[in-house]
Design a protein around this ligand. Structure first.
Ligand code: GLV
Ligand code: GLV
Length: 321
């Protein structure tokens, strides 16, 4: 019998597949606040498996304090909150939930893009404020997407799903990736591989879909924004620190770029106050995977990985370490 500890409640019924022979403890942070390392160590007392979310700092200190821990099952595709090397050194398995949130996240990128392109939040406020008195010829005019170019940074599963949607909107697709996507993917979404510089100077929309790591940290900085079109929109549903947020605020203020749709932030859940002041910036609290279907599938994937590990299966699905 094993003890599974979830650091916070998941979707209703998501963990119903955990076998009766195991104990499941679902923790509920009183104010929903982000856990500190010490809090995680405390709640992992006696845990064989920790079910973690992005906000949980899974560090070496946790593995040292809880040598009984066999596994961290991350309820997300990204694992930048987990020290994978330390996990490996302490012989702790780490799994995540790739693939199932691809469409949900691509939809969210498009929701933010369309909202920024057509001023959806400002339009909504305008109507609610009772200011819709007559039809205006030049009011809240937006960017038409057909025949424009979308530049995708990171042509993985999510980037490809965003590109597929772009074809439906009649957009040209270019992309930048560390390694060129395979020819089938390029053909399927009619995408052309370009250097980052060319992507920045020619795109009307730049959408980020790369992981955050040393290489992608502040990939979009002041120099990058100065290359972009003044009419361009930035969409980030990847990770906040891929963008230098202070430089983004400067670029928006000075009109170097026109707007942004942001699902993620450099210092989440903090949001740069300069972003709040910008009318053509659409903000969301990291909702990429937030659909009922996807969150349920993510929970089921965690349960499948946990069950496989506890059963001693030869291969544990979606295992990174
Ligand atoms: C969400 O950001 C995830 O990595 O699943
Ligand atoms: C998400 O699943 C990705 O790898 O793009």
């Amino acid at each position: 019998m094993a003890h599974i500890v979830s650091t916070r409640p998941l979707i209703d019924g998501g963990l119903s597949g955990v076998r009766d022979e195991h104990t499941l403890t679902v923790c509920d942070p009183p104010d929903g606040s982000t856990r500190s390392v010490d809090e995680l160590i405390a709640l992992a007392d006696g845990a064989d498996v920790l079910l973690s979310v992005l906000a949980d700092p899974i560090t070496e200190a946790l593995f040292e304090a809880r040598p009984g821990l066999q596994m961290v099952s991350q309820y997300a595709v990204g694992v930048d909150n987990i020290d994978l090397e330390a996990a490996e050194a302490h012989d702790v398995a780490v799994t995540h939930t790739p693939g199932v949130l691809t469409d949900a996240t691509a939809d969210q990128a498009w929701a933010l893009l369309l909202a920024a392109a057509r001023h959806v939040p400002a339009a909504d406020r305008y109507v609610r404020d009772g200011r819709f008195e007559r039809w205006e010829t030049t009011h809240l005019m937006g960017m038409e997407l057909a025949r424009k170019t979308i530049g995708i940074v990171g042509m993985g599963r999510i980037g490809t799903a965003v590109a597929r949607r772009a074809l439906g909107f009649g957009m040209e697709v270019i992309y930048h990736n560390r390694t060129r996507a395979n020819p089938t993917v390029e053909r399927q979404v009619s995408a052309r591989h370009v250097g980052l510089g060319e992507l920045l100077t020619t795109s009307d929309v730049v959408s980020l879909h790369c992981p955050h790591n040393d290489e992608s940290h502040h990939l979009l900085d002041a120099a990058a924004f100065s290359k972009m079109k003044a009419s361009a929109l930035l969409v980030n549903t990847a990770r906040g620190p891929v963008v230098d947020e202070a430089a983004l605020v400067d670029a928006l203020k000075s009109g170097e770029i026109a707007g942004a749709g942001l699902d993620v932030f450099e210092d989440e859940p903090e949001v740069h106050p300069g972003l709040m002041e910008q009318d053509r910036v659409v903000l969301a609290p990291h909702l990429g995977s937030a659909t009922t279907d996807t969150r349920m599938r993510m929970a089921q994937m965690c349960v499948a990985s946990i069950t496989a590990l506890l059963d001693g299966a030869e291969s544990v699905p979606h295992r990174l370490v």
